[in-house]
Design a protein around this ligand. Structure first.
Ligand code: NAD
Ligand code: IPM
Ligand code: MN
Length: 323
């Protein structure tokens, strides 16, 4: 299995190697190759991501991604958005599992307010929110596929105000009826609050691009913060796994980053390639490390990135020796 590794910027190079080591220890058949993209590359070469980088990513069976910093260039388009578009990674799946919740946020990942159709005029700037039938259909179908093996679907929307969300909501309802998935709709603002007040009401949530972006950072509150949340960006041919968090420049290089989101992203990668056993072992190792009272500062512990990662690797070795 060929895995492209993009460490990226900020804390990316601190957390991604931990996730990579976890993958390597569980799957000796993995062959890793680095692909440099992001702010560091832009600073050095003037380009944050080249056509060759995109080709390299396309040649991988899966991609492990850290995070990239947005350069201070007004004409710049995010590397991550470029990759999501080039590889047509249309489903952004963000599981939020903790004591209080077991939720999967399914975020449309290629259109909406991230259509890339925007321009600047003298007195205003415009961004077009594109919601297509095809784009909505495929994300609705993907979300229903997940909800079918679970319980129910909630469609997060703003159809009371946005015509584009009337289309999105109606297609999701249609698809849920066709798949016989119990489904309800909720306005995204009310949903954002209720998710925190009553998380047990939610199972799978499907929503448009930027609503899913914001909702997933909000949902991180339920499980201790951004250091905990993984994601999978899935397309028909390619798949990229990354933490929900960004490059966190405020804590970069200080041994403060929580690697759990990145390690959980590696577990999602393992699940994606059908290795449910290894994915479960990763989750078990994370729980066992917490059970020993070892955690990073963002979630109330005192361990640094390196110490936490060492303990995690130890737990993983213990778990894999046992089986
Ligand atoms: P961020 O997610 O990087 O950080 C938000 C806050 O959460 C910060 O205080 C940070 O220290 C903390 N945090 C994040 N991850 C953490 C971890 N693993 N452990 C401990 N604390 C953690 O968001 P931001 O500050 O708004 O953005 C910083 C940069 O990252 C920007 O350039 C932004 O564009 C970029 N970004 C990239 C991605 C990505 O590449 N996937 C995602 C989001 C933001
Ligand atoms: C995320 C990030 C990205 C997004 C940015 C960095 C383009 O915030 O993956 O959540 O907005 O999708
Ligand atoms: Mn985000």
């Amino acid at each position: 299995m060929k895995i492209a590794v993009c460490e990226g910027d900020g804390i990316g190079p601190e957390v991604v190697p931990v996730a990579r080591d976890v993958l390597e220890s569980l799957r000796p058949d993995c062959e890793f190759f680095p692909v440099e993209v992001g702010y560091g590359k832009w600073d050095r070469t003037g380009s944050a991501c080249t056509d060759d980088d995109i080709s390299a990513l396309k040649s991988a069976d899966a991609i492990l991604f850290g995070a990239v910093t947005t350069p201070p260039d007004p004409g710049y388009r995010s590397v991550l958005l470029e990759i999501r578009h080039a590889l047509d990674l249309y489903a952004n799946v963000r599981p939020v599992r903790g004591e209080k919740c077991d939720i999967v946020i399914v975020r449309e990942n290629t259109e909406g307010l991230y259509s890339g159709i925007e321009w600047q005029e003298a007195d205003r700037a415009c961004t077009v929110r594109v919601v297509s039938r095809r784009g909505s259909r495929r994300i609705a179908r993907y979300a229903c596929g997940i909800a079918k093996g679970r319980s129910h679907l909630t469609v997060g929307n703003k159809a009371n105000v946005l015509k584009s969300d009337v289309l999105f909501r109606d297609i999701c309802l249609e698809e849920a009826a066709r798949c016989r998935v119990p489904c309800s709709t909720q306005y995204i603002d009310a949903l954002a609050l209720d998710l925190l007040m009553a998380p047990s009401r939610y199972d799978v949530i499907v929503t448009t691009n930027i609503f899913g972006d914001i909702l997933s950072d909000i949902a991180a509150y339920l499980v201790g913060g951004l250091g905990m949340l993984p994601s999978a960006n899935i397309g028909r041919r390619h798949a990229l796994f990354e933490p929900v968090h960004g490059s966190a420049p405020d804590i970069a290089g200080k041994d403060l980053a929580n690697p759990v989101a990145a390690v959980r992203s590696a577990a999602l990668l393992l699940k994606h390639v059908g290795d449910d056993t290894a994915a479960a072992q990763v989750e078990e190792a994370i729980s066992a490390t917490f059970a020993r009272g070892i955690a990073t500062r963002d979630i109330g512990g005192t361990a640094g990135t390196a110490a936490f990662s060492g303990a995690l690797r130890e737990e993983l070795r213990r778990i894999t020796r046992r089986e």
